[in-house]
Ligand binder design. Structure first.
Ligand code: APR
Length: 253
């Protein structure tokens, strides 16, 4: 007899209450219910646009204006979006002392706006622009008026401070994520297809160190085969229920 979602949520909640080093890895599915499109799947961004034309250094230097117009649109989406119950649930889990680190592939700021403090952003931050020459960084509270924006310090053009295909991830973020993954006794993987590396390796590191993998996704992903518990459903629905169950159990113990 297959466990119901409720039974699985209860099992996952017990793992979380017993955990000493719980971490989370999140992907675009975390922000889907905030109205920010994911990359893969039927309505994903990569089904409408070619990543090679928008999310590579070559594409940017070939046509900075074209790439910036796409990012200006996405920046507008992020600024007008709100954290959804999934973001709030992970922030709550951190506040309760269970969640030691949230590692995100997302470049939006919804985890921060939901109250998550212990956060590592592996793929950068869409609300920051970086000078291609001197590295000067600028926080954007709205899409740039001038496209491409010019560096206030050296005058060269600025780029979105995000990691494009073929680029290295920020070293400190990557080191911290893997250090926590090696120590983790459990990981909650939320809303990621798990097909982009090195982020996609993180759940495998936890698994190989004997940790428990809990996955929350509306569909099977590249991680599901190693998931000990697969909670099939929308993050904005499943995570709040999971946190409620954690509360119930930790009040009883
Ligand atoms: N709740 C939970 N999961 C969801 C939801 C939801 N409401 N909506 C979609 N998903 C799942 C999809 O089933 C899919 O597995 O979220 C995942 C989104 O996968 P991708 O679009 O591939 O996003 P992600 O895994 O974060 O992509 C990784 O690829 O393009 C690069 O740099 C970009 O950070 C991104 C990286």
């Amino acid at each position: 007899m297959v466990d119901s979602l409720q039974d699985l949520i209860q099992k996952a909640a017990h793992i979380i209450v017993k955990s000493k080093n719980l971490i989370a890895l999140t992907g675009a599915g975390m922000s889907a219910e905030s109205g920010i499109p994911t990359f893969r799947g039927e309505n994903g961004l990569w089904s409408k646009y070619r990543p090679e034309e928008l999310a590579t250094p070559e594409a940017f230097f070939r046509n900075p204006r074209f790439v910036w117009e796409w990012y200006a649109w996405r920046i507008g989406l992020v600024i007008n979006a709100k954290p959804n119950p999934a973001h709030k649930a992970l922030a709550e889990l951190e506040k309760m002392g269970f969640l030691k680190l949230t590692i995100t592939q997302n470049v939006d700021n919804l985890h921060e706006r939901a109250g998550t403090k212990r956060l590592v952003k592996l793929h950068g931050d869409i609300l920051t622009a970086r000078c291609v020459s001197c590295g000067y960084k600028l926080h954007m509270s709205e899409p740039p008026k001038e496209i491409p924006p010019k560096c206030p310090s050296c005058g060269d053009i600025m780029r979105p401070d995000v990691v494009w295909f073929g680029e290295p991830l920020p070293v400190k973020a990557l080191e911290k994520a893997f250090e926590y993954a090696r120590r983790a006794d459990a990981i909650i993987v939320v809303g990621t297809s798990g097909v982009v590396y090195p982020a996609g390796i993180i759940p495998h590191v936890v698994k190989n160190s004997g940790g428990t993998v809990i996955e929350v996704n509306i569909a099977e992903s590249g991680i599901t085969e190693i998931a000990d518990i697969f909670l099939k459903g929308a993050a904005g629905k499943v995570l709040p229920e999971l946190v409620l169950e954690v509360k119930r159990i930790s009040e009883r113990t």
